[in-house]
Design a protein around this ligand. Structure first.
Ligand SMILES: C[S@@+](CC[C@H](N)C(=O)[O-])C[C@H]1O[C@@H](n2cnc3c(N)ncnc32)[C@H](O)[C@@H]1O
Length: 408
């Protein structure tokens, strides 16, 4: 029976660490060694391109030879040759240097745990050399932290500010498309003020003590709604709570997020923004359409359709847009689609330009429509497409049909 290993954290800054081997195993281990500040020496007959390109290592492309561990504090035998690995471990033992043997955990004097860092914590898991098991448990712990199943009460372990606000991008609809940081902060919220387009599944998984305020239902007239949201955020934060303002997509893309930042700042409330995956890019992608493609377009423009062309408050130059050959992504545009199509046609965008319309993108209700610029309004009406929907105009909108992409 092998004795259980003693789990320890090594402070390696400035200390010599020798990695023998430059293949995929070394490639996976090196980044953490480098970020620990160790003086990393890699000795390998050959190295992957990624290892060759790594900053912060000294790479010697040659065979390992006895004596290479001289002066090292820690070593890793990670070649694909069991004999060489055994020889490295033997030299390490002779010199009393702890050494991991990547191909056989039990034969080294040290083992690498499956690790992750989270909000100032370093978590490591060992499972008696069963790498898959330790990796699976590591991932489960990380997920539990991200979902708030395990909470961090200690303030120094958390970037949550009680009495502060985090503006979090919830992504385009699929609850898995929120960022890791966004999900972590959401799991620690006392109050969540959610937009209509914030993924509802994310709210469903919040613990019962969390107060959820539906921003769409704050009782004020339309014009006052934004002020009322500011007031709610500020009032809740001032009472010492950690407020997450959860928005659809990215908080700074047609979402009035910066107004909310300014309102918090003016009220002296600490505020942080967590970017999100914007529907402008993710929704076309979920329908199999890239917003850019090499040699097809060198620009894509994201345009709000909340005002019609020619409206005195409109800041969009529709003639300039019509003159572009690249991709136009229209948000909030289906209700007035006739007016936008008309402006683009009048400005010279060809009638046969491909168009993709996606409603409820990235959700189980996703519905897509393909058209040309000229027949888009008719098709949008015929299919009864209503907001939220994205309209993609340009050559890329004609792409799609790659078998197997997004399980198609
Ligand atoms: C007020 S804007 C907010 C955009 C958001 N901040 C973002 O970055 O995605 C709302 C518009 O985004 C688009 N949108 C957001 N989520 C969508 C989805 N899942 N499917 C299609 N369009 C979506 C629609 O055009 C909708 O009217």
């Amino acid at each position: 029976m092998t004795e259980s290993p003693y789990l320890v954290g090594l402070r390696l800054a400035g200390k010599k660490v020798v990695v023998v081997g430059g293949g995929s195993v070394a490639q996976r281990r090196l980044p953490l060694l480098i970020s620990s500040g160790a003086d990393v020496h890699v000795i390998s007959r050959s190295a992957t391109r990624a290892v060759e390109a790594m900053d912060g290592i000294t790479l010697s492309l040659r065979e390992y030879r006895d004596g290479d561990l001289e002066g090292a504090w820690y070593a890793l035998a990670a070649t694909d040759d069991a004999q060489v690995n055994a020889t490295v471990v033997a030299e390490a033992d002779r010199r009393q240097i702890f050494c991991v043997r990547a191909d056989s955990a039990v034969e080294g004097s040290a083992v690498t745990p499956a690790t992750f860092s989270y909000a100032g914590l370093a978590v490591g898991v060992l499972a008696g050399g069963e790498h898959r098991r330790s990796a699976a448990i590591r991932s489960a712990i990380r997920e539990a932290l991200q979902r708030g199943v395990i909470t961090l009460e200690s303030p120094e372990c958390s970037d949550v500010v009680r009495g502060g606000v985090a503006l979090v991008g919830g992504g385009p609809g699929d609850p898995e498309l929120i960022t890791v940081r966004g999900r972590r902060l959401l799991a620690q919220a006392d109050v969540v003020i959610a937009d209509r387009l914030a993924p509802p599944e994310l709210l469903a998984e919040l613990p019962p003590h969390v107060e959820v305020i539906d921003a769409a239902k704050i009782p004020y007239g339309r014009a006052m709604a934004q002020d009322a949201i500011h007031a709610a955020m500020i009032e809740q934060a001032k009472s010492g709570k950690f407020v997450v303002r959860l928005k659809g997509g990215d908080p700074f893309v047609f979402a009035r997020g910066y107004e909310e930042v300014l309102a918090c700042a003016e009220a002296g409330i600490p505020v942080t923004v967590v970017p999100g995956v914007t529907s402008a890019i993710a929704v076309p992608a979920s329908a199999g359409v890239p917003v850019t493609h090499r040699a097809t377009n060198h620009e894509f423009v994201v345009v709000s359709g909340h005002l019609p062309p020619g409206h005195p408050e409109s800041l969009v130059n529709w003639n300039a847009l019509a003159a572009l050959s690249g991709t136009i992504v229209l948000l909030m545009a289906v209700e007035r689609i006739e007016l936008f199509v008309d402006a683009l046609l009048k400005g010279g965008r060809p009638a046969e330009t491909p168009v993709l319309v996606v409603q409820h993108g990235t959700t189980p209700a996703q519905h897509t429509l393909r058209a040309t610029l000229a027949d888009t309004p008719e098709k949008v009406r015929a299919e009864g497409i209503r907001p939220p929907a994205i309209v993609v105009i340009g050559a890329v909108a004609g792409f799609g049909g790659v078998r197997g992409l997004n399980n198609s």
